[in-house]
Design a protein around this ligand. Sequence first.
Ligand SMILES: [Zn+2]
Ligand SMILES: [Zn+2]
Length: 247
Amino acid sequence: MKEKIYTIPITEVFEKETFCPFCDLYQKLETEAVKYAVGPAMMEPDFRAVTNRKGFCKKHIADIESESKALALSLMLKTHLETLSAILDKEITEPKKKMFSKQTAPSSLDGISGEIDKTVYDCTICGKISHSFDRYVDTFFHLIATEESFREMFRNTGGFCFEHFSLLLSEGKHKLKEGAYLEFSRQLIANQKEKMEKHYQNILDFIDQFDYRNANKPPKAPRDTVYQCCKLLNGVFEQKQKKLEDI
Ligand SMILES: [Zn+2]
Ligand SMILES: [Zn+2]
């Protein structure tokens, strides 16, 4: 049953403790999409055709480049560069000169830059992720609307990152009936407030630790308070190595 393909990951992620269930789902899709792009996809002519036309965003080209699949990646880059080369070879047509008008740039140049943007930055991985992620969001609301046991799980979640909180608040409006949406949004906001207050308190305690009067007291806030609070605002991300002068 097709529905099961999407409901299982949703119920699984809500059963466990996560920072944000939707960040968790997103990261899983992202890991799979990157592995797929440099793995079996290389052998699929359909996928190769897509990566000839489209490229990768900066985040995903970095993910792909870090995979130890130099041959697969160089094959993809080869065909991609050939597509770009064909775009550059397009003829630049001169605009028809009107009397008294200023010299304008040929409009065919706009076409070339548009094609380059699409070929270089329209991300194959982002596209693949968002297709499945949208289905997950649909399924989440289907479960909220139909399963009391899932609503119970949702009531017990510790909130979301703000990106996904905002997404659920706006999508719920279109995907739930009015009464159900009202109940859902109240619970969503209540959970989010609780999560935010916890992080806010941690930030206050963390700042307090810099006060000389607290120098000998044990720290009240977790060491990774700042990182956790950043995740709350922008979603889960991989923490970079600290620069020494920043510590
Ligand atoms: Zn999130
Ligand atoms: Zn991307």
